[in-house]
Design a protein around this ligand. Structure first.
Ligand SMILES: Cc1cc2nc3c(=O)[nH]c(=O)nc-3n(C[C@H](O)[C@H](O)[C@H](O)COP(=O)(O)OP(=O)(O)OC[C@H]3O[C@@H](n4cnc5c(N)ncnc54)[C@H](O)[C@@H]3O)c2cc1C
Ligand code: FES
Length: 262
């Protein structure tokens, strides 16, 4: 970890060392180095950077590889900054190919994260949506909130269980092909847990189709939900309009929005 941290408003504070910078706007990229990578599953790695941010679970950063692209990633941990990246295309593959000591640019933290409320939380993650939920689970447990976790994936090989297991949580699992846990999608499991699991808040992150179903369930059953949405992003700070969802900009007003927000 390096000697810096930045608060949510972007103030970059030196904690010692020779460097005398004492402010650094979140809107400008700062240089980070890859410290180490951890394998989460066959196509997903967690990248640990030499950077610390003062950020909330559910907030995201823009990762920049000069000459290639800049894309949003949820914080799987803020201090040190850790990104859990699924290898699906050119940018995520380039992140996977980084070696310890390689550099990348990081802007952020951006957006609104999850709020810690209630006494018994249900956390539901689909795909890489599990990444910010591990960070959230840690904050909930520290606040004395009971946590039930559910994870959905296509196959056993796509599951991301480590983020919860490292906290001592044993997540309920669904896979579409039945290769692990309950066969099917995560949404029927979440519906049962909302109806019979004595939970008072739903936190969910994953593909937008999954979130739309969970939003509907939350509104019908009457258990409040905080949902972390995906969107195509370019600027990350509410300027370009590429992440519009209804009247809202996901990067600025979200990515975490309460169920029913439009
Ligand atoms: C707020 C926010 C947070 C995000 N957090 C993360 C994160 O924590 N980890 C992460 O890996 N990605 C995250 N993403 C997605 C990330 O920004 C990139 O879109 C992703 O890495 C793919 O970029 P690419 O250039 O490698 O592939 P692309 O060329 O953009 O995509 C290749 C193909 O894979 C599909 N695809 C894209 N992402 C996924 C996926 N995760 N799983 C399955 N198929 C996919 C695309 O639809 C396309 O068909 C986040 C996006 C947003 C908006
Ligand atoms: S990414 Fe530009 S407005 Fe949201």
């Amino acid at each position: 970890m390096n000697e810096y941290s930045a608060n949510a408003a972007g103030a970059h504070v030196a904690h010692g060392g020779a460097n005398t910078w004492n402010t650094w706007p979140a809107t400008l990229p700062r240089q980070a180095r890859l410290l180490e990578t951890g394998i989460e599953n066959g196509r997903t790695r967690s990248l640990v950077l030499d950077l610390g941010l003062d950020a909330q679970p559910g907030q995201f950063v823009m990762a920049w590889l000069p000459g290639l692209d800049e894309k949003p990633f949820s914080l799987a941990e803020a201090n040190p900054v850790t990104l859990t990246v699924a290898r699906v295309g050119p940018f995520s593959s380039a992140l996977h190919d980084l070696r310890p000591g390689d550099r990348l640019g990081i802007r952020g933290p951006f957006g609104h994260g999850f709020s810690v409320v209630g006494r018994h939380a249900l956390l539901a993650g689909g795909g890489y949506g599990v990444a910010p939920l591990g960070f959230l689970a840690k904050a909930l447990l520290q606040a004395g909130v009971r946590v039930t976790a559910a994870i959905g994936a296509r196959t056993a090989g796509d599951l991301l269980t480590g983020h919860f297991e490292r906290l001592g949580l044993d997540p309920c699992v669904t896979t579409e092909d039945g290769s692990a846990g309950i066969q099917g999608r995560i949404t029927p499991l979440v519906e049962k847990l909302l109806l019979y699991g004595e939970v008072d808040t739903l936190y969910a992150c994953g593909p937008n189709g999954m979130l739309e179903t969970l939003e509907q369930l939350s509104l019908e059953i009457g258990i409040p939900a905080q949902l972390g949405w995906e969107a195509h992003m370019r600027c990350g700070i509410g300027i370009c309009g590429s992440c519009q969802r209804g009247r809202l900009l996901v990067c600025r007003d979200g990515p975490v929005l309460p169920a029913g927000a439009r």
